[in-house]
Design a protein around this ligand. Structure first.
Ligand SMILES: NC(=O)c1ccc[n+]([C@@H]2O[C@H](COP(=O)([O-])OP(=O)(O)OC[C@H]3O[C@@H](n4cnc5c(N)ncnc54)[C@H](OP(=O)(O)O)[C@@H]3O)[C@@H](O)[C@H]2O)c1
Length: 250
């Protein structure tokens, strides 16, 4: 597979390393700021001979990058976050150009499997009303926000599957939690790359589901798996479509 990397920062470099290890070729690196990038802009010249563009750039650049790739007729893996309010516009661009597009706020295969496990577990615990769910996440002391986007997505999964839970609460509570609230708590400290725990607790026992990332490598290998998947497809897809395709296709 011949890849262009749009955004040659931390993720761009990591994906390049993984791609080379897998035997893929990175034939173009595009970044207006990174000194070692081959090109500054996405255009016909920087995308010549490319099968898939993998974009991990900046939220403000995402939609323009998608437009430029669509104009060049290139399929895209969109790892950049922060453009989701423009999803409809992006879908239109993708469909009009007849390209393939896959997006996710978290391309880690392990996290996406964890989402599926939490979804199935929540559906099960929905039937057993003794069990009360809650979520906790840990991240390093440089993380700028809380809760993590992944914890928030886990919360949405639990809310969707468990009828007795209606609302996420993420602040520290100075009152008793309501039975229809789902508490998501966060700890910041040290160098932890990211740990998420979903707990189902009853008066007699506790069941914990836990995902522990060892670093950012899971994002890179997941983005490359998505590039392989989207390479020969046309249409607007999310990682959920890809996971469903793989799981149901087995
Ligand atoms: N979906 C996932 O699984 C996942 C995982 C990790 C990160 N992310 C997201 O991926 C994005 C990048 O993360 P990162 O950690 O690699 O950030 P980073 O180290 O800051 O790298 C991003 C690079 O893209 C550059 N850039 C800015 N505008 C661009 C444009 N128009 N075209 C091409 N490159 C451009 C940036 O330049 P400047 O420094 O000058 O802005 C920077 O060099 C963020 O949105 C992050 O949230 C997603």
């Amino acid at each position: 597979m011949k890849i262009a990397l749009s955004g040659y920062g931390r993720m761009g470099h990591l994906i390049e390393r993984f791609a080379l290890k897998k035997g893929d070729e990175v034939i173009s690196t595009i970044d207006p700021a990174a000194p070692r990038a081959q090109f500054k802009y996405i255009n016909a010249a920087s995308l010549k001979g490319v099968d898939v563009v993998i974009d991990f750039s900046a939220p403000a650049a995402a939609v323009e990058n998608i437009k430029n790739c669509a104009e060049a007729g290139k399929n895209i893996v969109m790892g950049t976050t922060g453009w989701y309010k423009k999803k409809e516009t992006v879908q239109k661009i993708v469909e009009e150009a007849g390209i393939g597009f896959i997006w996710s706020g978290n391309f880690s295969t392990g996290v996406n499997l964890f989402f599926k496990i939490v979804k199935d577990a929540s559906a099960l615990f929905n039937l057993f009303t003794d069990y009360d769910p809650f979520i906790h996440e840990y991240h390093h002391n440089k993380k700028a926000d809380s809760p993590s986007g992944t914890a928030s997505m886990l919360g949405d999964i639990v809310l969707n599957e468990m009828e007795r839970k209606k609302e996420k609460v993420t602040e520290s509570l100075k009152r008793v939690i309501r039975p229809d609230e789902l508490h998501i708590s966060s700890t910041r400290g040290g160098s932890i790359p990211g740990t998420h725990i979903v707990t189902f607790d009853s008066p007699v026992d506790t069941i914990e589901l836990k995902h522990t990332a060892r670093g950012r490598e899971g994002f890179a290998s997941g983005a490359l798996a998505a590039a392989m998947w989207i390479k020969s497809r046309k249409g607007f897809f999310s990682i959920d479509d890809m996971m469903k395709d793989i799981i149901e296709g087995v």
